[in-house]
Design a protein around this ligand. Structure first.
Ligand SMILES: Nc1ncnc2c1ncn2[C@@H]1O[C@H](COP(=O)(O)OP(=O)(O)OP(=O)(O)O)[C@@H](O)[C@H]1O
Ligand SMILES: [Mg+2]
Length: 113
């Protein structure tokens, strides 16, 4: 079985998180710049020293597909590395993946990642 980990983090934490994940054995990930809001919706959040009075705050979304035996460790690594203890540190979601395919070879699931 293969899991998809979706994490949103503070953008300045991306490089540190990427390094920690590489050390933890992650071989691939997708990264997207996004905007979103959580429980401070409609309130303010500090980003790069500026206070955002708007609803949407910039975040980086990381998507990682891993063998399910690795998922807990990856979640722990992201949590530890991305945590500042201030509001807006992000969210992590873990989903089951029905199928993964490596396009070059047709390999599937754990062999595809
Ligand atoms: N219920 C949700 N569904 C999907 N994405 C969410 C949800 N809540 C938060 N997010 C994501 O998390 C980001 C907000 O992160 P944030 O860390 O501020 O969440 P929070 O729930 O407000 O927690 P905190 O109290 O630490 O601020 C959004 O950009 C969005 O990507
Ligand atoms: Mg928030």
């Amino acid at each position: 079985m293969v899991k998809l980990i979706i994490a949103t983090i503070k953008p300045f934490k991306l490089e540190e998180v990427r390094e920690a994940l590489t050390e933890a054995g992650v071989r691939g990930m997708m990264v997207t710049e996004i905007k979103g809001f959580g429980s401070q919706s409609g309130h303010t959040e500090i980003y790069r020293g500026a206070e955002y009075a708007v609803n949407f705050v910039p975040k980086v979304k990381i998507e990682i597909v891993v063998a399910d035996g690795m998922a807990d460790q990856i979640v722990e690594t992201i949590t530890k590395t991305a945590q500042t203890g201030k509001i807006g540190d992000g969210k992590i979601f873990v989903l089951d993946v029905q199928q993964a395919v490596r396009v070059r070879t047709g390999e599937t699931n754990e062999d595809a990642i």
